[in-house]
Structures are given as structure tokens and as C-alpha cells.
Design a protein around this ligand. Structure first.
Ligand SMILES: Cc1cc2nc3c(=O)[nH]c(=O)nc-3n(C[C@H](O)[C@H](O)[C@H](O)COP(=O)(O)O)c2cc1C
Length: 192
């Protein structure tokens, strides 16, 4: 691990006490030294509307797209809503997936990994599988393994959003070390 990489992280939940945002914050604590993770909030991204898009891309969307472009890879944490990922995440991805005559989608060929936390025993498996389907259409590069499914998450995070489960913390460290390697494969391609 000799090169520094920039990762953009975002959560598919807008909740202040979101377990998935707490998971992202734990990732920032558990990352390899050579990885920087910036957490981006999706709160200001408006609902996608083709009429609005024709008039001009909203500033919040421009910023989101720029942040994606500037990053080497994306770290996504999403809850599972009704066996899928959230509308908040889908909406943000829809905006970022758009290609324009002067600007290709910043998601195109972007390496990413996805993780999730849920209150029950599913651990966001179905949410993540749905996301991978969408990512394939956009031609994003998903890290297949290792995976992070935090089950019974409300028992593992305390009221301050700190992860109090050592096996999950250790797993997250390994996941992020693998994600560093995954991102570097594409960085090397870009650099060559
Ligand atoms: C509309 C809605 C649908 C949900 N559907 C599921 C589901 O299909 N599977 C699941 O495990 N949890 C489901 N949940 C529970 C969420 O996993 C749980 O609320 C989780 O903590 C939300 O993530 P957050 O803490 O990051 O906001 C649902 C919650 C909501 C609000």
C-alpha cells in the first residue's frame, strides 16, 4: 500500500441517527492509512426531473457529480427498504448516471463497494443485490467480495453511533483493505 486513494462515501439514509451513516463513520475509523474517505450527504439532491435537468443541472447535483469524478472509488452504505435499496440512493444515482454531450456520467467505469446495516437478520442482502443490478447497467465496477452485511445493527451500535462489535469492526478493516486493492487496480489502469 504505497499510493494514497480518494474514496467518496455516501449513505442511502437521510436519518440523523442512521445506522448506515454510522457504519460509514466506522469505515473512516477502520480504513487503511493510504485511503482517504470523504462522506457526502445526499440531503440536498432534489428529486430527478427531466424538465429541471433541461433548464440546468441543480448545484447540489453538480457538486455530487464533481465529487464522484474527483474520487478514485465510491463506498456506499444503504439500508434495505422493502427488499431493495432506498429511493434516496436511487435518485442520487439516477442524477449522477446521466451523460450529456459535454460530460459523460462520472459513475461510468467507477469502482465501488457497497455495505449495509439493518435491524433484522437480513443485513441488507437484497438491497445490495438490487444495487449491483443498477450498477451493472451504468457500467460501474463492483467489488464482489468481501461483503459487509451488518445484521441486528441496532444492538451493535450504541446511542452515539459507535460500533461496539469487535468481529464486525475486524471484518470492516479487512473489507476496506480489499477495497483499497480493488480501487488500485483501476487507478493503475488510469495512470498507465
Ligand atoms: C420504508 C421502509 C422499508 C423497510 N424495509 C426493510 C426491508 O425490506 N428489510 C429490512 O431488513 N429492513 C427494512 N426496513 C428497516 C430498516 O432496515 C431500518 O429502519 C434501518 O435501520 C434503516 O437504516 P438507517 O438506520 O440507516 O436509516 C425498512 C424501513 C423502512 C422505513
Amino acid at each position: 500500500m504505497d499510493k494514497k486513494i480518494k474514496v467518496l462515501g455516501f449513505a442511502g439514509s437521510l436519518r440523523k441517527h442512521s445506522l448506515n451513516r454510522a457504519l460509514l463513520r466506522t469505515a473512516v475509523e477502520s480504513k487503511p492509512d493510504q485511503m482517504d474517505i470523504e462522506i457526502f450527504e445526499l440531503n440536498d439532491i432534489p428529486l430527478y426531473n427531466g424538465d429541471v435537468e433541461k433548464e440546468g443541472i441543480p448545484d447540489s447535483v453538480k457538486i455530487f457529480r464533481e465529487k464522484i469524478s474527483e474520487s478514485d472509488s465510491l463506498l456506499i452504505a444503504s439500508p434495505e427498504y422493502n427488499y431493495s435499496f432506498t429511493g434516496v440512493l436511487k435518485n442520487a444515482i439516477d442524477w449522477a448516471s446521466r451523460s450529456y454531450p459535454t460530460e459523460i456520467s462520472p459513475l461510468h467505469k467507477k469502482p465501488y463497494s457497497i455495505m449495509g446495516a439493518s435491524g433484522g437478520m437480513g443485513g441488507t442482502i437484497r438491497s445490495q443485490m438490487h444495487f449491483r443490478q443498477v450498477g451493472a447497467h451504468i457500467d460501474m465496477y463492483a467489488m464482489n467480495k468481501p461483503e459487509v452485511y451488518v445484521t441486528f445493527a441496532s444492538k451493535k451500535f450504541n446511542e452515539s453511533g459507535e460500533l461496539n462489535d469487535e468481529p464486525t469492526r475486524e471484518h470492516l478493516k479487512k473489507f476496506l483493505a480489499s477495497f483499497y486493492d480493488w480501487t488500485m487496480r483501476f487507478r493503475d489502469l488510469q495512470d498507465s
